[in-house]
Design a binder for this molecule. Structure first.
Ligand code: GUN
Length: 291
């Protein structure tokens, strides 16, 4: 049996088409939602993401505000910019692109973003709301995209044993909370987990978010399991490079029930959910303004 391939690109396109209609309905109240993206320095991969975000923001009818700061910007100046965006009524969502340069404390910056505008879902208030099941939570975009992809092949995830490989604040931990919210039994495995292959073999769902190229092998996967691959790793090949995930795609495909490709799986969903979160933030802010 060969796994079905979950087409994240097509699913994200569908999501953006629906968002465009919802943004237009929201705009009938008098203004379009606005998303501000802050890019510090000139990391080429970050610049590519930020360009894609700006283009897709405009395509769904939202306002895109881009702020580029030099790599040697002072932390206080970055804090001041975030505070200005917090006060700006045209800005519903604020995203500070990570990674930040080493002289800047990312924890301080992410905690400066107004939780109501925190479309990345990285502020402790939103992490707490997610953990306590508060529906006002703005949750991290990549985990939201993973849940959507899983539900595209299995509408009800209740009772499934989900193994999340990786415990980052951006993916592993919030994804575990979202899976719990779907009534999964959740295991978070990480670099100190004993017999990670054996743990994965007990899973109905494996989400690979460890940042290790082709770490998950075919014989780690139970027949018919769902595999979501969050990894995007560049590996050198024939003078250039190729992108691979955290799962060894060809091996895993032979055993899994469904699998996401890299690229074209989780990646496109992240930006779609960033836009979805921006609309959610705009709606919540406009309700708060009325009450
Ligand atoms: N860098 C890589 N992924 C992300 C993300 O989801 N949000 C932010 N802010 N930076 C990132």
């Amino acid at each position: 049996m060969s796994a079905s391939i979950i087409d994240g690109k097509a699913i994200a396109e569908g999501l953006r088409a629906r968002l465009k209609e919802d943004v237009s309905a929201f705009g009938a109240n008098g203004r379009a939602p606005g998303l501000a993206v802050v890019l510090v320095g000139s990391d080429p991969a970050s610049a590519v993401y930020v360009r894609a975000k700006a283009r897709q923001t405009a395509e769904v009818g939202m306002l895109s505000f881009e702020h580029r700061l030099p790599g040697d910007v002072r932390q206080d100046d970055l804090i001041r910019l975030v505070e200005t965006l917090n006060r700006d009524p045209a800005v519903d969502g604020i995203l500070v692109q990570l990674p930040l340069p080493a002289h800047i404390d990312a924890t301080v910056i992410l905690s400066t973003v107004d939780p109501a505008k925190d479309v990345d879902g990285f502020h402790p208030v939103n992490a707490g709301r997610l953990a306590t099941g508060d529906t006002r939570a703005l949750s991290p975009c990549t985990p939201l995209g993973c849940i959507h992809l899983l539900k595209s092949v299995r509408a009800n995830l209740a009772g499934a044993h989900a193994v999340v490989l990786g415990r980052s604040n951006i993916v592993g931990k919030p994804l575990a909370q979202l899976l719990l919210g779907e009534n999964c039994t959740v295991t978070i495995a990480h670099s100190r987990t004993r017999d990670v292959a054996g743990v994965c073999r007990t899973a109905d769902i494996v989400v690979a978010a460890a940042g290790q190229p082709e770490m998950v092998r075919g014989d780690w996967i139970q027949r018919g399991a769902l595999v979501i691959d969050v990894g995007i790793n560049r590996i050198a090949r024939e003078g250039g490079y190729r992108l691979v995930g955290d799962a060894a795609f060809d091996e895993v495909r032979d055993r899994a029930g469904a699998i996401t490709p890299v690229p074209g799986g989780v990646g496109p969903m992240t930006i779609a959910y960033l836009l979805q979160n921006t609309l959610k933030a705009a709606r919540q802010r406009s309700c708060d303004a009325v009450t």
